[in-house]
Design a protein around this ligand. Structure first.
Ligand code: ATP
Ligand code: MG
Length: 575
């Protein structure tokens, strides 16, 4: 492709509203443009990258025995009412009515539609398993669309679904997808990690997320240095291995703590460690308010709370609710005499003589013994894992790292087949529900996360499988007929080697061309100008390492092929 014949509107400056590096670079390199909040236009180069991701995904889905179909983006409300998600999915579901006043939504995911399809067609165990997928545009009315393609409202997803006759079959489908996902992300040249995950609004029995490792990721992953445990901190269990405390403590005593609301303020005021304090957080859980207790130096994990209470929605109680229930401003809630259900983290059993809020303004209570002074509704694992915790599997040491969720696979079990009566006749002629799995890859998010993981101060550093072109050829003297004739010849030679080449034939200053070449992140750069031509060489540069070399014009084909193999090899060894 000649640069002069292509639409690659690169920008010198980062647009001010772009916060993360992938967003900045996607805009600057002329790959995407923002239409409005959460909606993006893929320009020709961006579309090429998107299609490269799709192609690899498609190949691996096909290889795993899943077949492609395409479902509508618009979905009738009736199906969502059958599963109850019309009510529960919340505001991310964009709903509307047609001219006949029939209700619809834009599909954020397709469990309902595909289950409706399969229940209407499959009658016998002989027709199972059914394994299907699509690559399609999704819409989620995200509360905070941000970071460009990372969290759009409209985005491209590969979603796959499996229907099996029994658990063994369903586990086989799940494993097929797990392995296919590993191959996809490996082939894309990304550093990634599968982790145990929460099932969220999709639901089901268990799930794994696939995380691209990057410091800018929104997710935190806990992993063990000793065994293969790796989980999103949203769900990483915290094993409590301590013994219940048997000591007694003096009677509860209220003390004044004027103006001390936060853990830091209270512990400083009373001169105690944060592990001596009980943090009391009030949550609204499906309309009811409950209290959750963790040690002062810990964080409540609201997803664990949601799962424990099998709730649809969990959110922090607002200030008015806290004031009404505790008779005090926010910051003085405590479990003693609170009068609502109290859930306490396991770890608090290991101690007594705690400090807690007094449910009175500017006051705390000393000498709290949770077993003596509070009717605990349940002890449970309610806090977020920290690097100081032991691995819940083997007791080894745990570290945290950041990641971007690019894929998520779910063992759904009977959740949708039960609600929608997706049944078949088994070998004995008995009506049985199908066991489902669903499997998503954020195709457009993969594009952004590849850039988050692979860039430098000059621009994108595309892993070769994702790059819009294999190679960029710069003609530094586009006005010079001799140089241009030689550059044209190189362009033809590269193309005859099967290379997809961007040929920068613009009459621009060399500096502009070098900058754009680095910005676009194409793995291999070749540079020809009057000087190099006189010396009978072409300069080459590996975009990833910055390493430069010279290839002879005489015998160019073989020299280039060898260098290209080295560049690819370098990428493979990196991951
Ligand atoms: P998140 O927790 O990031 O909101 P999710 O858990 O809601 O994602 P899934 O329902 O598992 O996402 O969707 C499958 C995949 O689709 C995700 O792994 C992610 O890669 C992608 N995805 C989800 N939401 C978005 C979005 N708003 N923009 C781009 N990609 C997305
Ligand atoms: Mg998810």
């Amino acid at each position: 492709m000649r640069f002069t014949a292509s639409y690659i509107p690169t920008l010198k400056e980062s647009p001010a509203d772009a916060e993360v590096v992938s967003h900045k670079l996607l805009l600057r390199s002329g790959m995407v443009r923002r239409l409005t909040s959460g909606l993006y236009i893929y320009l020709p180069l961006g579309l090429k990258v998107l299609e490269k991701v799709s192609r690899i995904v498609r190949e691996e889905m096909n290889a795993a025995g899943f077949q492609e179909l395409l479902m509508p983006m618009v979905q009738p409300a009736d199906l969502w009412k059958e599963t109850g998600r019309w009510e529960h999915y919340g505001k991310e579901l964009l709903r509307f009515v047609d001219r006949h006043a029939r209700e619809y939504c834009l599909g954020p995911t397709h469990e309902e539609v595909i289950t409706d399809l399969v229940r209407g067609e499959v009658r016998s165990y002989r027709q199972l398993p059914v394994r299907l997928y699509q690559i399609q545009t999704k819409f989620r009315d995200e509360i905070r669309p941000r970071f460009g393609l990372m969290r759009g409202r409209e985005f491209v997803m590969k979603d796959a679904y499996s229907f099996d006759a029994d658990t063994t079959g369903a586990e086989t489908s799940y494993k097929l997808m797990y392995d296919a996902y590993c191959r996809v992300f490996k082939r894309l040249g990304l550093r990634f990690r599968p982790v145990e995950a929460d099932t969220g609004s999709i639901g089901g029995n268990f799930s794994h997320e696939f995380m691209v490792l990057a410091d800018t990721g929104e997710d935190t992953i806990a992993f063990c240095h000793n065994c293969d445990f790796a989980a999103n901190v949203e769900r990483a269990e915290v094993a409590w291995r301590g013994a219940a405390c048997s000591e007694t403590c003096p009677a509860v005593e209220q003390v004044a703590t004027p103006g001390a609301h936060t853990v830091e303020e209270v512990t400083a005021f009373l001169g105690i460690g944060a592990d001596r304090l009980i943090k009391t957080m009030l949550f609204r859980v499906d309309g009811n308010v409950v209290a959750v207790l963790v040690r002062g130096d810990r964080e409540v994990n609201d997803i664990k709370l949601k799962n424990l209470l099998k709730a649809q929605a969990v959110e922090l109680a607002d200030a008015a609710t806290v004031q009404e229930l505790t008779k005090a401003p926010v910051g003085f809630a405590g479990p003693v005499g609170l009068g609502i259900p109290v859930y306490a983290d396991h770890e608090l059993q290991g101690g007594t003589d705690y400090v807690a809020g007094a449910n009175a303004a500017d006051a705390h209570v000393l000498h709290v013994d949770l077993r003596r002074d509070v009717a605990i509704t349940a002890w449970a694992d309610l806090r977020t894992i920290t690097p100081a915790d032991a691995c819940p599997r083997c007791g080894g040491s745990v570290s945290l790292t950041r990641g971007i969720e690019v894929g998520h696979i779910f063992m759904l079990g009977l959740k949708y087949s039960e609600a929608m009566r997706a049944a078949f006749l088994d070998e004995q002629g008995k009506e049985t529900l199908m066991i489902m799995g669903c499997y998503g890859i954020g195709v457009s998010r993969v594009m952004a996360s590849a850039i988050e993981q692979n860039h430098d101060e000059n621009g994108i550093v595309f892993p070769p499988p994702l790059s819009p072109f294999d190679c960029i050829l710069l003609n530094l003297d586009a006005r010079d007929a001799t140089v241009s004739a030689q550059a044209d010849a190189l362009y033809q030679e590269l193309r005859s080697q099967g290379m997809d080449v961007l040929y920068d034939d613009r009459e621009e200053r060399p500096g502009v061309k070098f900058k754009d070449a680095d910005l676009l992140g194409i793995p291999m750069q070749l540079v020809l100008g009057g000087k190099s031509l006189a010396r009978g060489i072409v300069e080459c540069k590996d975009r990833r390492t910055g390493m430069k070399g010279e290839l002879p014009l005489d015998g160019f084909a073989a020299a280039f092929a060898q260098w290209a193999a080295e560049v690819r090899q370098g990428w493979e060894e990196r991951s």
